[in-house]
Design a protein around this ligand. Structure first.
Ligand code: FNR
Length: 475
């Protein structure tokens, strides 16, 4: 069993919305961060997510009902990643913590965000004025999950109140407290109050993680130790200094920014990070150079390929794509899939596969095989229901056979392919030998029938059963 993550004497990548996604976290770890926090994720959104093992990327994804990946993590960071949530509800916080606890090293609650979207829901810095709520959330989490629980606070206007709050937090059983040494109303440009952080560190026995030193105190790795000493804390957490150049964690000194951006992009490609998120992070690193020739290309990029072109990484982009494609193919080989039902999602059997035209003889498709098989079994004709999602207009079909539903978890570019993919899932999940269906015709595949059972050669397509049921813009 893995040991519990310790927060004593560590240097951490701070939680940062949009910045703290997987590529940045892995890069920070490579450069020497001991612990990496994910961006704050709101409990209501996370509670709707399902956990998906992404076999192609070798990641664990927490996927929202609209198929957006809210949180992606991988084995490499499992012992080091802290999941930070925004919450104002102990029960919901626990439900989310339980959803992710097997895949992360610790759970953190954000109690410092002063932004309205957070405070108006009673989350973030709003919690600072509701210590009963803080206590209820933390106690529930500490007793309800097996990983360490921490929280990140800002300081209160009175030092005495800050210390009282810190002591109360400590009593809940948290493993550490991160203290951003600014008052709720102070902006990031204001100097950090190291004296408050130090007083908290002296008042509690759990490790205190000093935060807030990026602007005026921490520029290089050497400054991290100076900040730790100035704040009198066990540990240090960096946000902006790491966002501007994550190699700030390197004990041998920071690397040239261009090299760092290239390493960032390689991780972003490898883990299929959303191009707009990668672009945002690269722009943060470029900072005042965002209007340079490179900055303009990054800003103009609309996808990962264009980002790669801006950094002369087209070769890496193509290699990464080919490697992922090969993995996808290997995962979808009929031999592997025949006995390999990936998941049962509600009452639907799902597999992660795409329809590969080249695996079928010309003019024959999985839908035709399935129809032919259903007829021989004297079953009702399979029915297909297709949905299209708004964000990329991709399609997903569910086929119903004998009152059982089958679908591919991978979305297709066309409705036609989505239906074929669902038919393949049904054939493989039920172990229906696709080749046999056709081989009763003298060892050759049937070429007479279309998937509707009509003769090939008639007009190309008629309305498929279930077409009328299609929902668009669903989920
Ligand atoms: C933040 N911060 C922040 N804090 C938090 O608890 N959860 C979050 O999701 C975010 N998001 C976030 C995004 C960005 C872009 C920045 C710059 C900051 C605050 C951050 O963790 C830290 O407390 C402050 O930035 C102060 O630390 P530095 O920057 O002086 O090291």
């Amino acid at each position: 069993m893995a040991s519990r993550l310790s927060f004593a004497n560590i240097t951490a990548l701070a939680p940062m919305v949009r910045v703290g996604t997987l590529p940045m976290r892995l890069l920070a770890l490579d450069y020497g961060a001991d612990v990496v926090y994910c961006e704050e994720l709101i409990d209501i959104k996370m509670a709707q997510c399902r956990r998906v093992e992404n076999e192609v990327l070798q990641t664990v994804d927490f996927v929202a009902p609209d198929d957006r990946v809210m949180f992606r993590t991988c084995e490499k960071e499992k012992q080091r990643v802290v999941f930070q949530m925004g919450t104002a509800d102990p029960d919901r916080a626990l439900a989310v913590a339980r959803l992710v606890e097997k895949d992360v090293a610790a759970i953190d609650v954000n109690m410092g965000c002063p932004k309205e979207y957070s405070t108006k829901g009673g989350m973030g810095a709003a919690l600072l004025s509701d210590p009963d709520k803080i206590e209820a959330i933390l106690r529930k989490l500490v007793s309800g999950v097996s990983v360490p629980v921490t929280c990140k606070i800002r300081i209160l206007p009175s030092l005495e109140d800050t210390l009282t709050l810190a002591r109360r937090i400590e009593k809940t059983g948290v493993a550490a407290v991160a203290v951003h040494g600014r008052f709720k109303d102070e902006r990031p440009r204001h100097p950090v109050h190291c004296d408050y952080i130090g007083a908290v560190a002296r008042a509690v026995a759990v490790p205190v993680i000093a935060n807030g030193g990026s602007l005026d105190l921490v520029k290089t790795h050497g400054d991290i130790q100076a900040f730790r000493v100035a704040a009198g804390a066990s540990s240090v957490m960096l946000a902006r200094a790491a966002m501007w150049n994550p190699s700030v964690f390197r004990s041998a000194g920071p690397l040239p920014l261009h090299d760092v951006m290239i390493q960032y992009l390689k991780y972003a490609l490898r883990y299929d990070n959303h191009a707009f998120n990668s672009k945002y992070c690269l722009c943060q690193m470029l900072r005042d150079k965002v209007e340079s020739a490179l900055g303009k290309r990054v800003q103009a990029a609309q996808n990962n390929q264009e980002l790669s072109e801006a950094f002369d990484l087209v070769g890496v982009f193509e290699e990464t794509q080919a490697a992922l494609e090969a993995r996808r193919d290997a995962l979808q080989s009929p031999e592997r899939l025949r006995d390999h039902v990936i998941a049962v999602d509600g009452d639907v059997t799902t597999m992660a596969l795409k329809f590969q035209r080249r695996e079928y003889p010309p003019q024959l498709t999985p839908k035709m095989f399935l129809l032919e098989w259903s007829r021989r079994q004297k079953l009702e004709q399979p029915t297909y229901q297709t949905v299209q999602r708004a964000q990329d207009r991709a399609f997903q079909s569910t086929v119903t056979v004998e009152n059982r539903k089958y679908r591919s978890s991978l979305w297709e570019k066309s409705k036609k392919f989505a239906e074929q993919a669902s038919a393949v899932v049904c054939l493989r999940a039920r172990g229906i030998p696709e080749s046999h269906v056709g081989q009763e015709n003298g060892g050759r595949p049937h070429k007479r029938k279309t998937e509707d059972g009509r003769d090939v050669g008639q007009e190309k397509r008629t309305k498929q059963t279930g077409d009328g049921e299609r929902e668009t813009g669903g989920s």
